[in-house]
Design a protein around this ligand. Structure first.
Ligand code: DON
Length: 303
C-alpha cells in the first residue's frame, strides 16, 4: 500500500476545509493560534516516514504529553501508581472536578487533568521540577531520536497565570492526601510539560515505542505496558469524546488542546496530526477527520 498518495489527498482536502473548529481560548497564549495550519506524519513499523502539510512546524503538545509522563511514571513506580489514579473513562470534560468529590480525590484515569497531575506529582516526588522536566525532555528526545525538542516558556507562563482550575484540582487532591508535593510545584511542572513543542514528524517518531510487535525505534517500555498504555488511550484519550473517537477511528489516540493528536495503529504505525481548531470536546476537529480517513484507507483498525 502506498501511504504518500493517501496523505497527499488528506492534506489537500484539509487545507481547503471550510469548518476548521475553534482554537482553545482559556490559555491566552494558545488563543492566539490560527486555525489555518494542518499537518500530518506517519511513521510505519519499519521506520519509514511520510508527511503532508505543516508536519515539520512545532506546536504545543499539551495533553499529548500525558502519554509520555504515564510511561515514565509506570517505569518508576510500576503498578503502585494505580493506587492513586484509576483506569476508567470519565465521560466528562478533561478539566472536570465533580467526580473527584465523590471518589475520594482519586482521579478516574491518567489522561484527564486531575489524573495527569497525580502522574506528574508521582514523578516529581523528591526531585526538583527542573530535573523532572529534564527527564521528560530526555525521554521525548530519545523516543523521537531528535534533540531539538523544547519547552515554550511563554505558553507555560500563560497557563501558570491562568491555571486556577488545575490548581483547584491539585488542592482538592491534596486535601484527600493524594498529592505528595505542594500543589504549586506539581502544577508548575505540569504546565511546563504541557508547553513542550514538537512537530508532527517528531511526535510520530516519538510514538514508535507504542507500536509494539517488533517495530523499529527505541524500546522504552515493556510489551505488556505498551498494550496497557494503548488500552488507556483507546478508552480515555479523548475525554468525553473517547467513545466517538474509538467509533470513528478504531485506533488508540491521545489529543491535546494545542490541536495535536498522537494515534497508534498497533503493529503498523505511529501517526501524529495537528490542526489547532477544536471540536466541542476540545479535540482537534480536522485532526480527527484526517485520522479517520487515513485509518479507513489504510485498513488500520484494532478490531
Ligand atoms: O491543563 C490543561 O488544561 C492543558 N495544559 C492541557 C489540556 C489538554 O490538552 C486537553 N486536551 N484536549
Amino acid at each position: 500500500m502506498e501511504l504518500q498518495p493517501i496523505l497527499d489527498r488528506i492534506g489537500a482536502a484539509m487545507a481547503g476545509a471550510a469548518d476548521r473548529g475553534r482554537v482553545a481560548d482559556y490559555i491566552p497564549e494558545l488563543a492566539r493560534a490560527s486555525t489555518v495550519p494542518f499537518g500530518m506524519a506517519v511513521v510505519t513499523a519499519d521506520g519509514r516516514a511520510h508527511a503532508t502539510g505543516d508536519a515539520r512546524v512545532p506546536f504545543s503538545i499539551q495533553s499529548v504529553s500525558k502519554v509520555f509522563t504515564l510511561a515514565i511514571a509506570l517505569g518508576r513506580l510500576g503498578d503502585q501508581l494505580w493506587t492513586r489514579v484509576g483506569r476508567e473513562p470519565s465521560g466528562l470534560a478533561f478539566n472536570s472536578m465533580i467526580q473527584l468529590e465523590h471518589e475520594n480525590g482519586i482521579p478516574r484515569n491518567p489522561f484527564i487533568n486531575a489524573g495527569a497531575l497525580v502522574v506528574t506529582d508521582a514523578i516529581l516526588s523528591g526531585h526538583a521540577p527542573r530535573e523532572v522536566l529534564g527527564e521528560i525532555l530526555r525521554f521525548l528526545r530519545e523516543a523521537a531520536g531528535d534533540d531539538d525538542i523544547h519547552i515554550n516558556r511563554a505558553v507555560a507562563a500563560s497557563e501558570q497565570a491562568t491555571g486556577h482550575r488545575n490548581l483547584a484540582l491539585a488542592h482538592f487532591m491534596a486535601a484527600h492526601g493524594n498529592l505528595v508535593n505542594p500543589p504549586e510545584l506539581t502544577c508548575g511542572t505540569y504546565f511546563h510539560q504541557c508547553a513542550i513543542e514538537m512537530s508532527c514528524m517528531q511526535l510520530a517518531r516519538a510514538g514508535r515505542f507504542l507500536i509494539g510487535g517488533g517495530a523499529t525505534g527505541p524500546r522504552l517500555v515493556s510489551p505488556a505496558r505498551v498494550r496497557r498504555i494503548n488500552a488507556l488511550m483507546m478508552t480515555c484519550g479523548h475525554y468525553d469524546g473517547s467513545g466517538d473517537f474509538a467509533f470513528r477511528v478504531d485506533l488508540p489516540g491521545k489529543s491535546g488542546v494545542g490541536g495535536g493528536i498522537l494515534v497508534i495503529a498497533p503493529g503498523r504505525a505511529s501517526i501524529a496530526v495537528w490542526s489547532p481548531g477544536l471540536n466541542e470536546q476540545g479535540n482537534s476537529k480536522l485532526g480527527t477527520e484526517a485520522v479517520e480517513w487515513l485509518a479507513r484507507e489504510a485498513g488500520w483498525s484494532v478490531f
